[in-house]
Design a protein around this ligand. Structure first.
Ligand code: FAD
Length: 399
């Protein structure tokens, strides 16, 4: 009988895994479990806020995976029995597997910021998980409804979290929109951290493109938001400063998605330790955890990494099931960010697992970030590379 691969989660990790399995191992049976009928990417959601994309341009159907022979079930995995190798679905069905690929993404830690729960997110959106795209659209509508001269407040979490440069691309794209339509407005970015990804490049771009529109407050200058008052639209920091804003975007602290934690795969950090060659969970044989839910060592929680590691995880799952060794691994990452119109920057990293699969190390003298300086041709080119990256990764996942 052919190997039964069940994939939970049809996002960057899961859709890449299903696509890779069907492209490279046509003898493997692939079942994908995903509650959403279509996938709205977080990448390029910031461009929607900036007015550079519409929701249809970042929404992808599962029909392409079906055409590749993947059985797509629109349901939620409700439980995993690792010993019996079965997944229970919320709709009552139960699926047996030989190997499970788990890529359920993140959970937002409701209540980690006092007053910020699921209901609060209906007024102060996070726009940090794909869902049906409604969070990003809500934030966009709030920006449109804000009067010129208003203040947009952001709360940004400590590490680790999904997409290290994401909040700063978001600040950029909100500024891009405000500069055109509400130039007297301000952005107040309250950060729990002292520094961030591509910081010099972002701040150069902010000064050049947006003057003094953006104020970024680091954690050591009382940037950490600990409480929100949704009704008063107030963000309150660690030392009790109350910032009244017109629109608030709260990016709360995160953990691995519920299904991974409930299956007992996470440690007390809330994330899932894995073998860094096969992505098999330390806590359970036969379950390979990819994407943002795992502990990726020095690699970022990015869609790019979710997709690269998906391929390694599937190849390893199949090899291990057949009594072979996982293939040699190398993991690539590029995180592009749009700072303005035709203004892109990037950071590249190349990583390898160590020999016993206990850690991931960055390959010495590899990778790097875009050069600093007044380099309009370089920025234009990187914006084009970013667009090409988006088309190629989503084409691979869903095409
Ligand atoms: P996801 O892509 O979130 O997919 C998880 C899927 O699992 C979801 O579809 C969910 O519905 C499903 N799921 C959850 N629980 C269950 C369950 N119990 N049963 C079945 N299905 C379930 N990365 C980049 O590389 N480049 C970028 O430019 C970039 N920009 C970003 C911008 C923003 C604003 C944000 C928020 C993120 C960005 N990222 C970017 C990061 C990227 O979105 C994530 O790293 C990536 O989505 C992680 O993939 P994943 O498979 O772990 O999770």
């Amino acid at each position: 009988p052919s190997l039964r691969l069940v994939v939970i989660g049809g996002g960057f990790g899961g859709a890449s895994a299903a696509s890779f399995a069907r492209r490279n191992h046509p003898d493997v049976q692939v079942t994908l479990v995903e509650p959403q009928r279509a996938f709205v990417t977080c990448p390029y959601g910031n461009l929607l806020l900036g007015g550079e994309r519409r929701i249809g341009q970042i929404t992808h159907s599962y029909d392409g995976l079906r055409a590749r022979g993947v059985t797509v079930i629109h349901d939620r995995a409700a439980g995993v029995d690792a010993a019996a190798r079965r997944v229970r679905l919320a709709g009552g069905q139960s699926l047996s597997y030989d190997r499970l690929i788990l890529s359920p993404g993140i959970a937002l830690r409701w209540g980690a910021i006092e007053g910020y729960d699921e209901a609060a997110a209906g007024l102060m959106p996070h726009a940090w998980v794909p869902g049906d795209g409604s969070q990003t659209l809500l934030l966009r509508r709030q920006l449109e409804a804000m009067p010129d001269g208003g203040v947009v407040g952001l709360a940004i979490p400590a590490n680790p979290f999904r997409c290290p440069p994401g909040p700063y691309e978001r600040i950029s794209m909100i500024a891009h929109y405000l500069k055109r339509h509400k130039p007297r407005s301000k952005i107040l970015a309250l950060d729990a951290k002292e520094g961030f990804s591509k910081q010099g490049l972002f701040q150069d771009g902010w000064r050049a493109l947006y003057g003094d529109m953006i104020e970024w407050v680091p954690g050591n200058r009382d940037g950490k938001v600990v409480r929100v008052d949704v009704r008063e639209r107030v963000l309150e920091t660690e030392f009790g400063t109350r910032h009244k804003v017109d629109v608030a975007n709260i990016i709360p602290p995160q953990s691995a998605a519920a299904i991974a934690r409930e299956a007992g795969l996470a440690n007390d950090t809330g994330w899932v330790p894995v073998d860094t060659r096969s992505f098999e969970a330390r806590a359970a044989a036969g379950i390979h955890v990819i994407g943002d839910a795992n502990i990726p060592g020095p690699m970022p929680k990015s869609g790019y990494i979710a997709s690269t590691t998906a391929r390694q995880a599937v190849a390893s799952a199949i090899a291990l099931h057949r009594g072979q060794n996982p293939p040699e691994a190398v993991y690539f990452n590029t995180c592009y960010s749009h700072v303005g119109e035709e203004y892109g920057i990037s950071v590249v990293g190349i990583f390898r697992p160590n020999a016993d699969g206990t850690a991931i190390v960055e390959v010495p003298n590899s990778g790097g970030v875009s050069p600093r300086g007044d380099l309009p041709a370089q920025r234009r080119l990187e914006a084009l590379h970013a667009d090409a990256w988006y088309d190629s990764i989503t084409g691979y996942m869903f095409g």
